[in-house]
Design a protein around this ligand. Structure first.
Ligand code: MN
Ligand code: MN
Length: 296
């Protein structure tokens, strides 16, 4: 574990998240939001661990702007800005929900409160199911629902979801937190009318390399090399490719790589009853007495 790099990444992620929280995004396009947040990461010497997610309203996660995405944020929207910073592959994963709509404030505040309650209890040896129980209890006291099938996760070098889950509800199957691992905790909260789980939507605009096997198409092979050199196995957006490729060509080649199972596409995740969702997230490393919250 490279503690220094985790801490450096966390400091950048935290600064950029607070900037994203404070900024008035109304009237800005989702393209401007994602690009602005990403350039703030880069100007601080960080690399993006994944495309900045700007997921609106009932989209809980996994939406990033398309190239020149024209969708404009209005004062009645709720947007989850989820960002990742990596230093030598060591990742800080953090998120904030921003809404100017008073009706969504309770969702935003409850996600923050649930995260805070979880961060107050984490330390070496604490069971993941106990964290889920605390998040669930915090959320349900406001007659709101946690999202059952979204969870926090262990992190490894160049791997965002490294296999272990930190649930947002009490759940069977549990592991004890280790001081040798970094984790992200991310409560998602929806209304009492929500079903409390997400379904995959049709839109897919986040991608990841899964194999470097060659195809017969030399241009597709070159794109694989480009992806490997720039993003490794971490997620990427089409926006990041069209800085070097013409958009139409990039789309065609990417389609071909998806068809050949060389690249995977991640679908957006929608609240199953179309209800709004808020999220808050920190990355932390447990210690004997508490945790280093790298994104605090
Ligand atoms: Mn995240
Ligand atoms: Mn995460």
């Amino acid at each position: 574990m490279q503690l220094d790099d985790y801490i450096k990444a966390g400091k950048i992620a935290s600064e950029v998240r607070e900037l994203a929280r404070a900024k008035d995004w109304v009237g800005k396009t989702l393209y401007e939001i994602c690009e602005t947040v990403e350039s703030e990461i880069q100007s601080r010497g960080g690399k993006c661990a994944f495309p900045v997610n700007a997921s609106l309203n009932e989209i809980a996660a996994h939406y990033t702007a398309e190239p020149n995405d024209p969708k404009i944020l209005t004062s009645s929207d709720l947007v989850k800005i989820d960002l990742g910073v990596q230093i030598n592959g060591y990742i800080a994963d953090t998120a904030v929900s921003v809404s100017y709509d008073p009706q969504s404030a309770i969702l935003v505040e409850t996600a923050e409160e649930a995260l805070k309650a979880a961060m107050a209890m984490v330390k070496e040896g604490i069971k993941s199911s106990e964290i889920g129980k605390t998040i669930q209890k915090t959320v349900m006291q406001y007659n709101l629902k946690p999202i059952a099938n979204l969870s926090g996760h262990s992190l490894e070098q160049y791997t965002i979801h490294a296999g272990k889950s930190i649930p947002n509800m009490w759940s069977i199957g549990s592991f004890a937190l280790s001081t040798k691992e970094a984790y992200a905790c991310e409560p998602f909260v929806t209304t009492s009318r929500g079903l409390g789980f997400v379904r995959e939507g049709k839109t897919k605009n986040i991608f990841g390399l899964v194999s470097r096997k060659k195809t017969k198409n030399e241009n597709a092979n070159k794109l694989v090399d480009f992806i490997w050199d720039n993003f490794n196995t971490l997620p990427f957006a089409l926006r990041w490719i069209t800085k070097s490729y013409e958009e139409k060509e990039a789309r065609t080649l990417l389609e071909e790589l998806i068809k050949n199972k060389i690249v995977r596409a991640y679908p957006v995740l929608n609240e199953a009853n179309g209800q709004r969702v808020a999220q808050a997230e920190h990355t932390f490393i447990p210690t004997a007495t508490g945790a280093i919250i790298t994104t605090l």
